[in-house]
Design a protein around this ligand. Structure first.
Ligand SMILES: C[C@@H]1O/C(=N\OC(=O)Nc2ccccc2)[C@@H](O)[C@H](O)[C@@H]1O
Length: 473
């Protein structure tokens, strides 16, 4: 019965994906979405089960760390080259001093593992075009620095050995490459654009050939016209990469259709394997995700991906991050937290403390996150329901304990609550039946300094109070 309920949740989500997307006036597209509904293969099921990832933005921008000539850049640190106070020729010389002497990939992987991350996304090349690997298609790489050695290989090996999958961030925008054009205005631009597309294709094939254990690409910088207006190329590129590495997971940021629509094609269908637009924001309800797989990526301060020496504004706490992670999983999505290592290869204290605090909670409660999916229960104010994929196990993750200390649990029709236990200390809670399919769970206390996880035991069948239930129909 539980499996049945879970299956119907999945079916429901798939159905929403099918029904909601195609509009009545669907237009013929060559380079729009080639699939409706989510991928059902094992590689995608694995990505979906991992739920919690670590983003790492690391590159030359970590050297200035948002500061230059005694002035502070208030934009995102990895964009400092675009700051008027940063002369391009000054930024473009930084590679000569990039020497991460304290880089220890085993330590990075151990920190991610203890935090509970199950996959990691690393910036192979951000918008500045600097490559963390010794690419044979560019001189602007780690090989030209005092460090000289490949950074990606040791990182990928260390994370894989720690049981963490690695996905590669790759920026299409490349401020260093002479053939990069934001838009194509004439024949010369078009010729440069063609050369640049070949360069992108070669670098991506090179990354797959050098790092065969990676599980996906995380594309970025695909908003310029030069990319948006060549949907055919982005489509062919995606298919080419899949042919080189079947099962590769790539989000919606790569693609444009032949009308220039991004993420969703001109018929409103998601392109790519998951919706990748949730950047520093989360969906509010299950309807907002339209039945699609999706992933949110999040910064610790308001908007810093690369290392910035002076974080200003609000710095998120462990409990805030946990709520974003749990909310994402409760809405059938993945959540990725960003880290911006310093130029020497170490992490700032705030990030180390966050990783430790999140890991402490995940050690006890991670079972509610991994393989978590949308439970199909009516949302309550105390927090979020998460159903373990394909099972009858539903978790309540409580962030807001009511003044009454009693948590209302409203189950789908004909579902009974037969038991509940808090993961912490394995404390049994005895449900108090209210009527029909509603119950109260009374917590032992009203205060907690971290989210409380309760595992529900339910059975789907006849309601206890058949009479009322009949009336309620
Ligand atoms: C993950 C972030 O991705 C970026 N940009 O993302 C977006 O532009 N996101 C976006 C823009 C408009 C709508 C939705 C998302 C980069 O510029 C930034 O440096 C960082 O690497």
């Amino acid at each position: 019965t539980g499996i049945l309920t879970a299956a119907c949740c999945t079916f429901l989500l798939q159905a929403i994906a099918q029904v909601q997307l195609p509009k009545k006036d669907t237009i013929a597209l060559q380079h729009g979405a080639h699939r409706t509904g989510n991928r059902t293969d094992a590689d995608m099921a694995r990505w979906r089960s991992l739920r919690f990832g670590q983003f790492i933005h690391w590159g030359l921008y970590a050297i200035p760390g948002g500061e230059w000539n005694g002035k502070t850049y208030n934009g995102a640190a990895e964009w400092i080259r675009s700051w008027k106070e940063m002369p391009h020729e000054e930024y473009d010389k930084l590679y000569r001093q990039f020497n991460p002497v304290n880089f220890n990939p085993q330590q990075w992987a151990a920190q991610a593992k203890s935090m509970g991350a199950k996959y990691m996304i690393i910036t192979t090349k951000h918008h500045d075009g600097f490559c963390l690997w010794p690419s044979k298609y560019s001189k602007y790489t780690i090989a030209a620095t005092p460090w000289k050695k490949d950074l990606l290989g040791p990182m990928i090996d260390a994370y894989n050995k720690a049981g963490i999958d690695v996905h590669l961030y790759f920026s299409i925008i490349d401020w260093n490459h002479p053939d990069y054009r934001a838009s194509l205005k004439n024949a010369a631009d078009s010729a440069a654009g063609k050369r640049f597309q070949l360069f992108v294709k070669n670098q991506l094939a090179e990354l797959l050939q050098r790092y065969p254990t990676i599980k996906g690409f995380w594309f970025d910088g695909t908003w310029d016209d030069s990319w948006k207006n060549d949907g055919a190329f982005s489509d062919e590129l995606e298919q080419y990469l899949q042919s080189l590495h079947p099962g590769l997971v790539m989000g919606s940021r790569l693609r444009a259709d032949e009308k220039g629509a991004r993420h969703f094609d001109s018929n409103g269908r998601l392109m790519g394997d998951y919706e990748q637009g949730w950047e520093r924001k989360l969906p509010a309800t299950i309807e907002d995700v339209h039945g699609n797989d999706w992933e949110a990526v999040m910064t610790v301060p308001e908007n810093q991906w690369g290392y910035h020496a002076k974080w200003t504004g609000h710095v998120k706490t462990v409990n805030e991050i946990l709520e974003m992670l749990v909310k994402s999983v409760s809405l059938n999505g993945n959540f990725v937290l960003n880290f911006g290592p310093k130029a020497d290869g170490t992490f700032r204290t705030e990030e180390q403390q966050l990783a430790a605090g999140i890991g402490q909670w995940m050690k006890v409660n991670g079972e509610a996150v991994y393989n978590g999916t949308y439970a199909g229960f009516e949302k309550q104010d105390w927090g979020y329901y998460i159903r373990k994929a394909g099972t009858d196990s539903v978790y309540m993750v409580v962030f807001n304990i009511p003044v009454s200390g009693s948590l209302r649990v409203k189950l789908p029709a004909r579902t009974e609550l037969t038991g509940a236990s808090m993961l912490l200390g394995n404390t049994t809670l005895t449900p108090e039946w209210i009527g029909r399919n509603e119950y109260f769970l009374h917590l032992p206390g009203k205060t907690t300094d971290s989210p409380v996880v309760i595992l529900l035991k339910t059975v789907t069948g006849e309601n206890k109070d058949k009479g009322n239930f009949e009336k309620a129909k």
